[in-house]
Design a protein around this ligand. Structure first.
Ligand SMILES: Nc1nc2c(ncn2[C@@H]2O[C@H](COP(=O)(O)OP(=O)(O)OP(=O)(O)O)[C@@H](O)[C@H]2O)c(=O)[nH]1
Ligand SMILES: O=C(O)[C@H](O)COP(=O)(O)O
Length: 192
C-alpha cells in the first residue's frame, strides 16, 4: 500500500470554535484550537502509514512549516473536494479538533479504508470526524449536520469506525468536560 496523504482543514483563527463562545474568551478559543491542531499533527507525524500532511487553511498557521493549501472561502466541503482532487489517494481527511486522537486510531482508520472508504463517527454517531479514502476518486464530501448518514450512503461497502480517540471532537462545552473534567474545562486549562 502506498503511503497515505493526510489533509487537515482548519478555519481562520478568529472563526474557530464559535460554539464555545459563551464559555471561553476569543483568546482561549484560539489557544485551545491551536493545541488540538498541534496534537492532531503530532499524531499524524508519528504514524508510519502517513507519508505527507497538508493543512487546508486560509492563512499560514503558526508553527507549521509543512505543506499548506490555501482555503479560498468556498466552505468546508468545496474546499476539501478541491484539495482532495489535487492531492490524490490514498487520502485521509481529518478534523483538527480531536484531543484524544492516538496513533492506533489512525492506523485502524487507514487500515479499514485501504480498499475503499472508512468513516470515523463522532460520539453521537451523526457527524464524521475523519474519512479514509483508499480508492475512491468520486467521493463527495458532505460535512455538516448528520454527515455520517450522507457519507455512508455513497458506497455500500463503507466501513464505520467507532473509537474514542476519533469520536470525541470538541464542539460544545460538554465535550470539553468529557475530555478534561469540569474544573479544567471551566478554566480552559486543558492539557494534552
Ligand atoms: N479550511 C477550512 N476548515 C474548516 C472550515 N470549516 C470547518 N473547518 C475545520 O473543519 C473541522 C470541523 O469544523 P467545525 O467543528 O464545524 O468548526 P469549529 O471551528 O471546530 O467549530 P464551530 O465554530 O463551533 O462550528 C475543524 O478542523 C475546522 O477548523 C472551512 O470553511 N475551511
Ligand atoms: O461532518 C460533520 O460532522 C461536521 O463537519 C463536523 O463537525 P462538528 O461535529 O465538528 O461540527
Amino acid at each position: 500500500m502506498k503511503a497515505w496523504h493526510a489533509l487537515v482543514p482548519i478555519k481562520a483563527a478568529a472563526d474557530r470554535k464559535t460554539r464555545l463562545a459563551d464559555r471561553l474568551s476569543p483568546g482561549e478559543r484560539i489557544a485551545l484550537s491551536e493545541r488540538m491542531l498541534r496534537h492532531v499533527l503530532a499524531i499524524l507525524q508519528a504514524t508510519e502509514a502517513i507519508g505527507s500532511i497538508t493543512l487546508l487553511a486560509s492563512d499560514p498557521v503558526a508553527g507549521w512549516y509543512g505543506a499548506r493549501l490555501s482555503d479560498d472561502g468556498r466552505g468546508l466541503n468545496a474546499e476539501v473536494q478541491a484539495a482532495a482532487a489535487r492531492i490524490g489517494d490514498p487520502l485521509l481527511v481529518i478534523h483538527a479538533d480531536l484531543p484524544a486522537l492516538a496513533v492506533a486510531d489512525i492506523r485502524a482508520l487507514t487500515h479499514a479504508g485501504r480498499n475503499g472508504v472508512a468513516l470515523a463517527a463522532d460520539r453521537h454517531r451523526r457527524g464524521t470526524n475523519a474519512i479514509a479514502l483508499g480508492r475512491r476518486d468520486d467521493f463527495v464530501f458532505a460535512f455538516g449536520p448528520d454527515s455520517l448518514a450522507r457519507h455512508r450512503t455513497q458506497c455500500s461497502a463503507t466501513a464505520i469506525i467507532e473509537r474514542p480517540g476519533l469520536a470525541l471532537d470538541i464542539d460544545v462545552f460538554e465535550d470539553l468536560t468529557l475530555f478534561a473534567g469540569d474544573r479544567a474545562a471551566r478554566q480552559a486549562q486543558i492539557a494534552f
